[in-house]
Ligand binder design. Structure first.
Ligand code: PXG
Length: 439
């Protein structure tokens, strides 16, 4: 009896969908034809009507080890039984220290101190707060301006996105933005990093001239813009940003919430592109999304700057590091390293890129971008109905057993790093079939 009640709660479509205000979803559209996921394993989701759906999105850029990994399940349940929570105020627990040490060892350069949070959004906000506080305690209190980049996404907090700016824009004074680097005119169907666009980093010099370096605290960018539709950094772009930040004493923050943990065929984008930020944000793949957690890695000089006051002063009134999330993080890291998943993404890269480019000649495909195990197929919007073409493809792929993600009229793909070649074929064959039919 209890068991059937349990399964009814978790495995069937509820009678009343109304009370839940769904996140990131067109509520009325969804509730009229719900797509309900009830289980997952490996590369697949199971739907409420018992269909298997191949996951070409790693959930939402996060389940990089594949679903329901036994090692993570066991580590999480053991930790819930051992220590389900410990206060972060003036207390610690071993798993967080060891996890920080492992992350610091994995991260490039002297990104060797780790601040734990509960999400990617919180990591972005924390990184920006740390940047502001760092300048404040370094006798540079006039450095309060934050520079982002158009089309950037740093979560639901004050990192913001276009929709956040539209509704809550006046809550973020003193920010400015670099131009985005997406150009169909110059870079369409370019394989790998775009040749054109490195010079767009020079716009930071313009912002420095406009606002003066003494007012600018930090620049935050995603090394590869994810939710904007997989916009790869043009050659030389990130290196140039680094140089300009160095010249003017501006901190460079890489938001690696999506690129972290193997997505680009290396541990982090900073490694793949050979550019070291001052601060790096992580989340998603950090725990394989089994338990939400984020992290902010900072270089040694930043941490050291905070350790100068009285010994009994709390340096940063902020943060987390939930024991159960740390257990998930340890287990995910074990899987990444034991199974060589970052290397696997690198090995599969050329197969992945070729498979993506097999869609090049389909009607309405106006660009393809791919690297590591991430890719995008950009579709020509239907006149007067932006997003409709891609959303239709999303629904049809779902009907045919493949979960893709669409953003605007861009299909964004980021399968778990355990994906097999025949599954890569299935992903692109399914999308190709749907595009052909819709043409
Ligand atoms: N930074 C980046 C680069 C992200 O992509 C966040 C921060 C915020 O992370 P949390 O854990 O607070 O969600 C993100 C989140 C999409 C999509 O459709 C992407 C995200 C979230 C929801 C939807 O691409 N990324």
């Amino acid at each position: 009896m209890l068991e059937s009640l349990e399964s009814a709660r978790y495995e069937t479509i509820p009678n009343d969908l109304e009370p839940l205000w769904m996140p990131f979803t067109a509520n009325r559209q969804f509730k009229s034809a719900p797509r309900m996921l009830v289980a997952a394993e490996g590369m697949h989701y199971t739907t409420a009507d018992s269909r298997q759906i191949l996951d070409a999105t790693s959930g939402l850029w996060c389940v990089n080890c594949g679903h329901a990994r036994k090692e993570i399940t066991e580590a999480v349940s053991a930790q819930v039984g051992r220590l389900e929570y410990g206060p972060g105020f003036q207390m610690g627990h071993p798993a967080s220290f060891e996890f920080a040490a492992r992350l610091a060892a994995l991260a490039p350069g002297d990104l060797d101190h780790v601040f734990l949070t509960n999400s990617g959004s919180e990591s972005a906000d924390t990184a920006l707060k740390i940047a502001l506080a760092y300048h404040n305690i370094s006798d540079n209190a006039s450095r309060t301006r934050l520079i982002g980049r158009e089309k950037g996404y740093h979560g639901v907090g004050f990192g913001g996105i276009a929709n956040n700016r539209k509704y809550f824009g006046s809550a973020f004074p003193g920010v400015d933005h670099l131009p985005h680097t997406h150009s169909l005119e110059h870079n369409a169907f370019n394989k790998g990093q775009p040749e054109w666009g490195g010079h767009l980093a020079d716009d930071l010099e313009r912002l420095v001239a406009l606002h003066d370096a003494s007012t600018i605290a930090a620049v935050i960018v995603e090394p590869m813009a994810g939710s904007a539709g997989v916009i790869l950094p043009p050659k030389g772009y990130l290196k140039r940003l680094r140089e300009i930040c160095d010249t003017h004493g501006i901190l460079l923050i890489f938001d690696e919430v999506i690129t972290g943990f193997g997505r680009l065929g290396d541990s982090f984008a900073a490694e793949r592109f050979g550019v070291l930020p001052d601060i790096m944000t992580l989340a998603k793949g950090l725990t394989n999304a089994a338990v939400p957690m984020g992290a902010v890695l900072v270089r040694k000089h930043i941490y050291d700057a905070f350790m100068n006051g009285p010994d009994n002063a709390i340096e940063l009134f902020h943060g987390s590091g939930h024991p159960v999330a740390c257990a998930a993080g340890h287990a995910a890291l074990d899987i990444y390293l034991n199974e060589g998943l970052f290397e696997r993404a690198a090995e599969l890269e050329s197969y992945w890129i070729d498979a993506a480019f097999s869609l090049k000649d389909h009607a309405h495909v106006i660009d393809i971008r791919a690297m590591g195990l991430v890719g995008a197929v950009e579709l020509e919007p239907i006149e007067g109905k932006p997003t409709a073409r891609a959303f239709d493809a999303f629904l049809k792929c779902y009907e045919r057993g493949v979960l893709i993600r669409t953003t605007g009229d861009i299909i964004a793909l980021s399968p778990p790093l355990i994906v097999e070649k025949n599954q890569i074929d299935q992903i692109f064959d399914t999308i190709g079939g749907v595009l052909k039919e819709a043409a």
